[in-house]
Design a protein around this ligand. Structure first.
Ligand code: SF4
Ligand code: SF4
Length: 439
C-alpha cells in the first residue's frame, strides 16, 4: 500500500472535482470495497462519460492497482442508468477481476459520496465519519485514469478532462493542459460570453461563478459552463450572504419542506435546514450540536432551488455557519449509526426535473469529444488549489522546464507536488508558477 501511496503522491493526484483532496491520503488499510464514482450527477456534465467511453482500459488499470495493493474484495463501477445505456453496460457486468458495474438511478445528487455509498452497498457512513470507517474507499473515474497513467507510464498529472457546455453552440469534452487560461480555451473553441451570461467552474448546482477573463483551468475543473444570468442556477449563486440571511429571517414560514427534501436528512443525518433557518432569526433553538450539523450538508442546493417556495436559501444560511465552523476547526462527528428514512425512496429528485428546476434543461445535449488541445503559449499553475498545504516552488525564474518536470515539491503535511504542463520558461510568484512557451 505504501508504494501505491507514494506513486499517487509523486504523480500529484488530487480528487478531480470538488475541493481536491489529495488521493494518496485516502488510501488506507481495512477497505473491502472500492467504489468508482462515475455517476456525474450534475446536469450538463459529460466529462466522465466521454472519458469512460474513450479510456476504459486506462481507468481499469488504475482500479486494478488499488485492488492488488490493498487486497480489495470487490470494486463497484458506479454509473447512472443513462450513462450505462450510452456505454452499453448493464448492472452486474464484469469489467475485470473483482470489478463489476453498479447501475445507479437517474437521480440527483446520487454522486454525493454518502448517497453513493448507501445506494451501491446499503452501508451508511455515520455522520461526520470517513467512508473507510465502513470499509469503503471512493475514487472518481478520472482519478483512476490518472493513477493508471502513473502506474503504467510514470506519467504525472499535467492534463485535465473537462466539459465546455451550457449556452454554447455545441457542448464539447476536451483534454487540456492544467493551468491554461479559460479565456484562451474559449477563444480556441469559439466560445463567446456576453454580458447576459456568466461562466461557472463545475456543475450548475455546486460549481462556482468565475471571472473567465482571469481564471485558469485547475486540477479540479470538471466543467466550464456558460449560463444565462437569468437562470435559477445562477440567481441563487448571486444571492449575497446578508440578503440570504435577511430573507430567511423575514420570510420563512417553517413549513419544513426543505428538511423533508434534504437528501442528507433522508439518509438519517441530523441535518434540518428549516431549523438552521430559524437560528438565523436568533431563536433559542440554536443548540450547539444543531449548528454543528451544518458541516453535514453536501451543498446540493435542493433546499433552495426545489424545496422552498419563499425564495429562501437554507443552503446560504448553512454555508455561513460552515465558514464559521471551519475557521474554528469544528465539525459534527457522530459515534452511533443512523437510520435511513423510509421516505427517501419516494423523495429522490429525478435528474431531468433537477435540470428543469435549475433552468438549464434546454442546454442539456450530450457532449461530443472535442480532442486533446496542447498548443498553448502560457500556463499558470496555482500552488495550493487543493485541500492541504500548498506545494513549495523548486524552480527559479528563467529556468526552462519540460512537460512533467516537478516545478513545486510537496510540502510537509498533506500536500502534493506540481508538475509542468508546458515546455517553457518559468516565472515564480507567491501563489503561482507561470510557464511561457519557448520554441
Ligand atoms: S422550505 Fe422555505 S419556508 Fe419552508 S421551512 Fe424551509 S426555508 Fe422555511
Ligand atoms: S444543500 Fe440543503 S438540501 Fe442539500 S444537503 Fe445541504 S441542507 Fe440538505
Amino acid at each position: 500500500m505504501h508504494e501505491l501511496k507514494q506513486v499517487m503522491k509523486d504523480a500529484g493526484l488530487v480528487g478531480d472535482g470538488g475541493a481536491g483532496f489529495p488521493s494518496y491520503a485516502k488510501l488506507a488499510e481495512g477497505a473491502d470495497t472500492l467504489l468508482i464514482n462515475g455517476s456525474e450527477c450534475e446536469p450538463l456534465l459529460y466529462t466522465d462519460y466521454i472519458l469512460m467511453k474513450r479510456e476504459m482500459p486506462m481507468i481499469l488499470a488504475g482500479i486494478q492497482s488499488v485492488i492488488w495493493s490493498l487486497g480489495i474484495k470487490r470494486a463497484l463501477f458506479c454509473i447512472k442508468e443513462h450513462t450505462a445505456e450510452r456505454l452499453s453496460l448493464s448492472d452486474g457486468d464484469t469489467l475485470g477481476s473483482h470489478i463489476n458495474v453498479k447501475v445507479m438511478p437517474n437521480v440527483y445528487p446520487i454522486g454525493d459520496e454518502v448517497s453513493l455509498i448507501y445506494q451501491a452497498t446499503g452501508r451508511i457512513i455515520r455522520p461526520g465519519n470517513l467512508p473507510i470507517s465502513k470499509g469503503i474507499l471512493v475514487y472518481n473515474v478520472e482519478t483512476m485514469y490518472n493513477l493508471g497513467k502513473a502506474v503504467k507510464f510514470f506519467e504525472p498529472v499535467t492534463m485535465k478532462w473537462l466539459t465546455v457546455g451550457g449556452d454554447v453552440k455545441e457542448p464539447l469534452v476536451v483534454r487540456v493542459p492544467i493551468g491554461i487560461s479559460v479565456a484562451d480555451l474559449f477563444e480556441r473553441l469559439g466560445v463567446e460570453v456576453d454580458s447576459e451570461h456568466v461562466v461557472i467552474d463545475g456543475g450548475p448546482s455546486m460549481g462556482k461563478i468565475i471571472n473567465h477573463n482571469i481564471a485558469e483551468v485547475g486540477k479540479t475543473t470538471k466543467a466550464l459552463l456558460v449560463l444565462p444570468k437569468s437562470s435559477q442556477a445562477v440567481t441563487m449563486k448571486q444571492l449575497n450572504k446578508t440578503t440570504a440571511v435577511t430573507r430567511a429571517e423575514t420570510a420563512c414560514c417553517q413549513c419544513t419542506r426543505c428538511t423533508d427534501m434534504c437528501p442528507r436528512h433522508l439518509l438519517g443525518y441530523p441535518l434540518e435546514p428549516h431549523k438552521m433557518v430559524r437560528t438565523a432569526k436568533g431563536a433559542a433553538v440554536a443548540m450547539p450540536n444543531m449548528v454543528l450539523s451544518a458541516t453535514l450538508c453536501c451543498g446540493c442546493g435542493i433546499c433552495e432551488t426545489l424545496a422552498c417556495s419563499q425564495g429562501i436559501s437554507p443552503k446560504a444560511v448553512i454555508n455561513n455557519y460552515k465558514e464559521l465552523l471551519a475557521k474554528n476547526k469544528l465539525r459534527y462527528v457522530a459515534d452511533s449509526d443512523v437510520t435511513v428514512s423510509a421516505e427517501r425512496e419516494y423523495r429522490m429528485v429525478p435528474s431531468e426535473k433537477w435540470a428543469q428546476d435549475l433552468g438549464v434543461k434546454r442546454f442539456d445535449r450530450v457532449a461530443r469529444w472535442g480532442g486533446e488541445l496542447r498548443d498553448f503559449d502560457r500556463v499558470e499553475l496555482a500552488l495550493g488549489k487543493y485541500i492541504g498545504t500548498p506545494s513549495t516552488p523548486s524552480v527559479k525564474d528563467g529556468m526552462i522546464v519540460q512537460v512533467g518536470d516537478i516545478v513545486a515539491s510537496a510540502s510537509a503535511g498533506l500536500s502534493v507536488p506540481q508538475h509542468a504542463s508546458l515546455h517553457g520558461r518559468v516565472t515564480v510568484t507567491d501563489k503561482k508558477i507561470i510557464i511561457d512557451r519557448v520554441v
